[in-house]
Design a protein around this ligand. Sequence first.
Ligand SMILES: Cc1cc2nc3c(=O)[nH]c(=O)nc-3n(C[C@H](O)[C@H](O)[C@H](O)COP(=O)(O)OP(=O)(O)OC[C@H]3O[C@@H](n4cnc5c(N)ncnc54)[C@H](O)[C@@H]3O)c2cc1C
Length: 367
Amino acid sequence: MAYDVIVIGGGLVGGAIAWGAAAKGASVALIDQGDIAFRAARGNFGLVWVQSKGAGMPAYAHWTRASAELWPELADTLAGATGVDAALRQRGGLAFCLTDAELEERASLLTRMHNESGDIGTRIVDRDEIRAMVPGIGDRVVGASFCPIDGEAHPLHLLRALHSGLLRLGGDYLPGRTVDAIDAAPNSFTVRIGAERFIAEKLVIAAGLGSRELAPLVGLRMPVTPLRGQIIVTERLRPFLDYTCHTLRQTVEGLVMMGDSQEDAGFDTSVGVPVLRTMAERNTAVFPALKEASIVRVWAALRVMSPDGFPIYEQSERYPGAFAATCHSGVTLAGAHALALAPAIVAGELPEHFAAFSARRFDVPTH
Ligand SMILES: Cc1cc2nc3c(=O)[nH]c(=O)nc-3n(C[C@H](O)[C@H](O)[C@H](O)COP(=O)(O)OP(=O)(O)OC[C@H]3O[C@@H](n4cnc5c(N)ncnc54)[C@H](O)[C@@H]3O)c2cc1C
């Protein structure tokens, strides 16, 4: 089977790139390991979050902002083509602070980001303003940061829309296949899976935590590691929240999701009461009425983290035509992956400003 582009990894990163490449007219195969893999795309929190992304790397802050701006076009195009609504809501985002020290720290982060990356309308809201904005807020909340372009989406609907959109554009979605062998030459790649052979001029490694092993096969480096996050879901409640919150959101179905921890636990996806309790305590301090809500589900999933937490996008110098794509915010960056990165991959060249995302940065310590 011969294609213009093969994408390895059918999560949100690979799915968005595959769909975006197909939308540019490329013939595309999306190869995915399936349910035996660790799949962040199926266990995440669903934020389209901008306000705190990119401190120390303005290129990432600008990329995140660009993605938030591209998201409405992505959601509309996918809904029109597939009938699947990714439930994008960009009503602004709040990150609550429970102590003066937290609020000061948040304010200094926003100042730093403003100075490094420009103004996106993010501001600190004080105790009185936050009470006027959000009814039912707890007494312990001393303030919050607010960003008007933050929001959320339904990650499972997004994933389904990307896969379904790819099929409608004539692409192939090939699940249940684990890639472990690639024959590489410049602009010529053969992916071998058992007796099957898939050939393409361009190859994208977007296999989440599986990328670490695959990247060296095509002269790339993707030194990603897992970072566990746990999530709590309550029963459905009447809509009570007009904004997206950093650690809490109400889905279109009325469920309340609380997230999300950051734990260095290797490849362990088990949940644990101590962390869940801490998450519940913090969120019920913000919204005391949630103490009455029943928890119906909890889970843990693994983030895909680079050493500095920023994305890696790069074309292989040794095997041009092979590209690396990984990040820890595949929902937020879906707009940019589908509508900016994928066209650049189809064109065969990443624009100059992508140089900041090369894995070469790990060879040059900044502090
Ligand atoms: C708890 C949690 C909360 C999160 N919250 C948010 C959030 O609010 N907002 C946000 O933007 N992001 C969030 N994320 C991150 C987001 O989920 C990921 O960035 C996103 O899922 C993209 O991941 P991915 O496609 O790189 O990897 P994955 O979703 O893990 O997909 C990788 C795919 O590669 C396939 N694969 C692996 N190895 C191979 C192989 N050898 N051959 C073939 N296929 C292979 C697997 O089958 C898998 O489907 C969160 C993540 C977690 C864990």
